[in-house]
Design a binder for this molecule. Structure first.
Ligand code: UGA
Length: 456
């Protein structure tokens, strides 16, 4: 293997599309492979099946330069690639906490028998520790010149292109110096930009991703556990998070208390991590992650209870406006969306729920067709007795109490992302409730702050 390396990217999901377009932008010739012919046609026409800022432009530039294209053909991929990236999804198994590895296995099973020359296969999917070692054996049995490396991906939705082209760190699990050299060559540009290059074993590379997501989830659930304590003891979790975050050993990131984490990664990754530890006989080590998950899910129930309270103890037939369907702003992804879960719980409590989201309505309709949706914020809020802000889109955080007050029937709002300033809302006659702030303390604090603001 020498000269210009040619790359394939197996699996054209979030990760695969971003990786293919990014590697093309670094000057490599890339062939993306997916079994979904409609998706392949869509991508070859320059259209994204997902919402990701900057990615369509990057893909368009790659297509125009002839550096990237997509196919359904594994024989074409095997003939084309010097390096094959596995980017298939690893969702949660139905009826279990384990990761469903069927797409990863199908991809290796399709590729391995077709390999007839030395190549490097690089896993990027999030897999349970131990998977890479097994895949390496399968590959080298099929083709003695085929080697496996593991190179986990840390990209965030909404930031995928920047996270890929300018990452903090590039982690490579390798079993030879040759694999390391190839990966250094592929990532020369991000490395020159200052990314740390960490060379380790296959197992540590697999664990790196699981551990990073487990830590992030733990940080969020830690502050949400503090929110629960604040609610009962009379504290304010926003002030608490600011105080904790000012300590550089703790840091402010991922200490935003509220409705908790969702999405296609954090929830299923920590469950799969626990399941893998249990399979390895090390379940006690990760037992705390079960509590992290439980804290996270409790926030959804608590939010619904707050709405029940604001509706006077009975939600039957009460018009409720849910602002947000995406699992976070800047994304149209509704996988394990806390917002949609809350909408569903409220519907189960008898409320007449209408959901609005600036980007995720189509996906939400497909995922939860039983819920009602409105194409505009005003359409969802008209006549509402309770409004819940569940995803902190700028369109929602920019709302003013008077504007929304002119649309709703009753001025009740739950700020489940701690995204609004309570003072003007309360001053405008709203019953404003947030997660992590005891009701009495919040009202007193608001009054005190308003007095302070008003004093000369
Ligand atoms: C996450 C990780 O941040 C990435 O590093 C990782 O590569 C990715 O999963 C993955 O495994 O592929 P992502 O799912 O895009 O990325 O979303 P995040 O930005 O991490 O947010 C996750 C959830 O946590 C969202 O629902 C967000 O609303 C919530 N969150 C985040 C909080 O509730 N509080 C916070 O302080 C921060």
């Amino acid at each position: 293997m020498s000269g210009e390396l040619r790359l394939t990217v197996l699996g054209a999901g979030y990760l695969g599309i971003t990786h293919a377009a990014s590697m093309a932008s670094l000057g490599f010739d890339v062939l993306g492979v997916d079994t979904d012919a409609a998706r392949v046609d869509q991508l070859n026409a320059g259209h994204l099946p997902i919402y990701e800022p900057g990615l369509e432009e990057l893909l368009g530039a790659g297509l125009e330069a002839g550096r990237v294209k997509f196919t359904t053909s594994y024989p074409e991929a095997a003939a084309f690639g010097d390096v094959h990236f596995i980017c298939t999804g690893t969702p949660q198994q139905l009826g279990s906490n384990r990761a469903d590895l069927s797409q990863v296995h199908a991809c290796v099973a399709a590729l391995a028998p077709l390999l007839d020359r030395p190549c490097l296969v690089v896993g990027k999917s999030t897999v349970p520790v131990g998977t890479a070692r097994r895949l390496a054996a399968e590959l080298s049995q099929a083709c003695p010149g085929a080697e496996l490396a593991w190179n986990p991906e840390f990209l965030r939705e909404g930031n995928a292109v920047a996270d890929t082209l300018a990452p903090d760190r590039i982690v490579v699990g390798v079993t030879s110096g040759r694999a390391e050299q190839i990966l250094r060559q592929l990532y020369a540009r991000p490395l020159a930009g200052g990314a740390a290059f960490i060379v380790t074993s296959l197992e540590t590379a697999e664990l790196a991703k699981a551990a990073a997501n487990a830590f992030l989830a733990t940080k969020i659930s830690f502050i949400n556990a503090m929110a629960e304590i604040c609610e009962t003891a009379g504290g304010d979790v926003r002030d608490l998070a600011q105080i904790l975050g000012a300590d550089p050993r703790i840091g402010p990131a991922f200490l935003r208390a509220g409705l908790g984490y969702g999405g296609g990664c954090l929830p299923k990754d920590i469950r799969a991590f626990v399941a893998r530890a249990e399979d390895l006989g090390a379940g006690a080590s990760l037992a705390f992650l079960r509590e992290v998950d439980a804290i996270n899910l409790r926030r959804r129930a608590r939010t619904a209870d707050l709405a029940h309270e604001l509706a006077g103890g009975n939600l039957t037939g009460v018009p409720v406006c849910v602002l947000g369907a995406a699992f976070k702003p800047g994304s149209d992804d509704v996988r394990d969306s806390p917002a949609l879960d809350v909408a569903q719980i409220l519907t189960g409590m008898g409320a007449r729920v209408t959901v609005y989201d600036p980007a995720a309505l189509d996906n939400a309709r497909r995922a939860r067709p039983e819920l009602s949706y409105a194409p505009t914020l005003a359409g969802a809020a008209r006549g509402a007795h309770v409004v819940l802000l569940l995803t902190e889109w700028p369109e929602f955080t920019a709302l003013t109490p008077d504007r929304l007050g002119g649309i709703v029937a009753r001025r009740n709002i739950i700020d489940a992302r701690n995204a609004l300033d309570p003072v003007p809302w309360r001053e405008a006659g709203w019953e404003y409730r947030a997660l992590g702030v005891a009701e009495d303390t919040a009202a007193e604090d608001t009054a005190a702050r308003a007095r302070l603001d008003a004093s000369p």
